[in-house]
Write a protein that binds this ligand. Structure first.
Ligand SMILES: [Zn+2]
Length: 52
């Protein structure tokens, strides 16, 4: 196995995304490292509110 694309990013280049509920920008967090592609809301509150 050969590692590819395993380059570490400095903290200043963390990705950002807009919350699908409150439309505010939020920044990548370590707890989302595994699920970042699925994260749509900035917080648990927004996620619950959006789902009703
Ligand atoms: Zn939000």
């Amino acid at each position: 196995m050969t590692p590819s694309g395993g380059r570490h990013r400095p903290p200043s280049e963390r990705p950002t995304r807009t919350c699908a509920h409150c439309l505010r920008p939020f920044t990548w967090r370590k707890k989302w490292a595994r699920v970042w592609d699925e994260v749509k809301y900035c917080s648990e509150r927004c996620r619950r509110s959006a789902r009703g």
